[in-house]
Structures are given as C-alpha cells and as structure tokens.
Write a protein that binds this ligand. Structure first.
Ligand code: ADP
Length: 230
C-alpha cells in the first residue's frame, strides 16, 4: 500500500460524499491536457485552480516535480519521466492535467510529446500568458504564497482576507526567496531565451491560444473559459 494512503474509514463521511459527488460530476467531462506558458508573475498559478476545478483536471506544478531534472540538464531525465508518468496516473488526473511551468525548452516539449504519444495522447491546448515584462516586477515583489496549496496572493491585486494568512486554511503565507526584482531579471532572460521558442513550437502544431495576461484576473479567467470551451 502507498505509505501516504489515509485509511478510508477515518475520512469524514461529508468529505467522502463530496469527493464522490465531484467524481460523478467529472465523469461526464471531456479529457483535456493543457500546458500553461508565461513568464514568472504572468498569472499561471492564479488561473490554474479555476481551470482545474472547472474541467476536473489535476495541476502538475512541474516546478517542484522536475526542477531537479532541469538543474541536472537532463531535459526529461529518467527520474523526472518516472515522476511525471506516475503523477499522470493519479485518479485526480483521470480527465487530464494542467502542466504549469513545464516544458521550459523546445527539447523538453519534444520529449513530452514523445512520452504522450506512447500513451496514445497529446497536448490539446497551450495557453500563452502573453504579458509585457514591465508589469511583472510589481506582481512578483508583491506576491505571497500559501506553500502547502500553492495559492497565490498579492498585497495590492489579490490581498488575502487577513493580512499574511491563507483564506482557506488560516495558515501563514510566505514570500518566495527568488521573488525579487533582481532575480526576476535573470528569470525573465531565461524565459525569453529558452521558453519563448516553445510558444512557436506549439503554434506550429496548431494548439496555441493567446491570453491577454495583463488584464485583471477575472477577465483573464473569462478568456481562458472561452478558449477552453471552443
Ligand atoms: P505565475 O504562476 O505565472 O508565476 P501568479 O499566478 O503567482 O503567477 O501571479 C503572480 C502575482 O500576481 C501573484 O501575487 C498574483 O496574486 C498576482 N496576479 C495574478 N494574476 C494577476 C492579474 N491578472 N492581475 C494582477 N495581479 C495578478
């Protein structure tokens, strides 16, 4: 048995019923496999929970899952590939997934396509969070995160109900160490150099959709919904 498994008999009935209801509702949804591309601060993490809930997808924040492989310069190294394969087989990924922060290079995108092809699937849509660099500094330096869930807040644009604490759990929020104007510069350079070509890669495959990521969060959500319902 998986060591992280919770004994079902200890799960409160209301939680179990809620989850059963969710799975029942989700069973009629079409499969979707999505990639979110955009520079740091473009709003991927903010839109992900909305997309995830509406389309019954799992959110694969590959930043965590694949960072080691990227650091080791193995584009989709054995370990990362295994981790991804395993993640995609979780019940929460039954209807598909949202890849957030991956692929970051064309080589990674090619490897991902190969891997999906072997499974008889493919990426259905790539959402490009297009935004001008000049907007990102204020977004990044004002970002606060709830580490356990990945929920993003912003001191000005999306403040939590209680300053410094997560709306849902009441737990403390943190600022990421690399969310500074200085580090943002190098993250943006890497984005333009390595990740922007990935946008072209998917455009050529005819799966790219453009978003106006500089708009307020709710307006971006509406754009996402339009793209995904078409
Ligand atoms: P990413 O996941 O792309 O790095 P986030 O979703 O974490 O970006 O957003 C970065 C910061 O900007 C967060 O503090 C978030 O609350 C805020 N934010 C996200 N989308 C918008 C938006 N459309 N307008 C203004 N602020 C936003």
């Amino acid at each position: 048995m998986a060591s992280s498994a919770v004994a079902l008999e200890d799960v409160p009935s209301v939680d179990m019923m809620t989850e059963l209801l969710r799975r029942f509702k989700c069973s009629s949804k079409p499969d979707k496999r999505l990639v979110l591309i955009g520079p740091p601060g473009s709003g991927k993490g903010t839109q992900s929970p909305v997309i995830k809930d509406e389309y019954c997808l799992c959110h694969l924040a590959t930043g965590d899952m694949l960072r080691s492989a990227v650091a080791a310069k193995t584009p989709l190294g054995i370990k990362a590939k295994e981790a991804m394969d395993k993640a995609m087989k979780k019940p929460s990924c039954e209807k598909g997934f949202i890849l957030d922060g991956f692929p970051r290079t064309v080589v990674q995108a090619e490897k991902l396509d190969e891997m999906l092809e072997k499974q008889g699937t493919k990426i259905d849509k790539v959402l490009n969070f297009a935004i001008d660099d000049s907007i990102l500094e204020e977004r990044i330096t004002g970002r606060w995160i709830h580490p356990a869930s990945g929920r993003s807040y912003h001191t000005k644009f999306a403040p939590p109900k209680v300053h410094g604490f997560d709306d849902v759990t009441g737990e403390p929020l943190i600022q990421r160490k690399d969310d500074t104007a200085q580090v943002l510069k190098s993250r943006l350079e890497a984005f333009h150099k390595q990740t922007e070509p990935v946008i072209d890669y998917y455009a050529k495959k005819g799966v790219l959709a453009q978003l106006h990521a500089e708009k307020p969060p709710k307006e971006v959500t509406v754009e996402v919904q339009k793209v995904l319902s078409s």
